[in-house]
Design a protein. Structure first.
Length: 241
């Protein structure tokens, strides 16, 4: 019987758990063996149940989905073509969700690391952002995590169009300067515009993060309001001048 060194309380949800299992078992996310991942996930949940740990409903819902996936592998060959489509669709949907969640985690971690680095460098933070502020994000009427997920998807699209260097440049962008730059850009843009308009000149991951934090700061000052549309595009509505 396989033993697991981490408990379910250390994860933020089933996607977080699956990413952990993928990394631990050295599975290829881009060519994911869903059957192997399902086996690992099912074994993990069952081991937690044997320890009488309380397991949230979202983990059990994902468990049921993966059990269904594995059970379909046992169907007669006459249904092989139909099941091939099911398997491909399931794998593609799961990989897409895992990639988006991975980007979401990276965004949040980068925001927290950047803030901590600035705290060490300056006696007073250049922006009043705290990692805990993501729970109550001013200037955005909605679930803050949805905004981070949308930012992660935007980040991924931009990477696909033109890979952004991960390593920070020697020349650090001042938060105050970026806020001032955005205020000037506001005069050149319509009353409502896509956030993408503000990151066209971003060449590094650092610049993307600083721009995102600068927008949060402007939203806190009610200089703008942040909205998500039904397709998860980030829109900026101008506020008080």
């Amino acid at each position: 019987m396989e033993e697991f060194s981490v408990t379910i309380n250390q994860f933020d949800g089933p996607l977080d758990l699956m990413l952990h299992l993928i990394h631990e078992k050295e599975l290829d996310l881009m060519n994911l063996d869903v059957n192997e991942l399902a086996s690992q996930y099912i074994a993990y949940i069952h081991s937690m149940q044997r320890l009488h740990l309380e397991i949230a409903g979202e983990y059990l819902a994902q468990l049921a989905s993966l059990i269904e996936y594995k059970s379909r592998q046992l169907l007669p060959n006459s249904k092989e073509e139909l099941e091939d489509h099911y398997e491909q669709d399931t794998r593609e949907a799961l990989v897409r969700r895992l990639l988006e969640y991975q980007q979401f985690k990276e965004i949040r971690e980068e925001l927290e690391v950047y803030y901590e680095q600035r705290q060490l460098k300056y006696t007073r933070p250049m922006i009043e952002y705290q990692p805990s502020d993501i729970e109550t994000m001013e200037g955005f009427q909605g679930n803050p995590y949805d905004l981070l997920k949308a930012m992660a998807r935007l980040w991924r699209r931009k990477q696909l169009e033109k890979p952004i260097p991960v390593r920070y440049t020697v020349k650090e962008i001042s938060m105050e300067d970026r806020v001032l730059e955005l205020k000037i850009r506001f005069h050149e843009l319509p009353d409502c515009f896509k956030f993408e308009n503000l990151i066209e000149d971003c060449e590094t991951k650092q610049e993307l993060i600083v721009t995102f934090l600068a927008i949060l700061d402007l939203a806190r000052q009610q200089k703008c309001f942040i909205q998500l549309d039904e397709k998860d595009f980030i829109w900026i509505q101008k506020g008080n001048n």
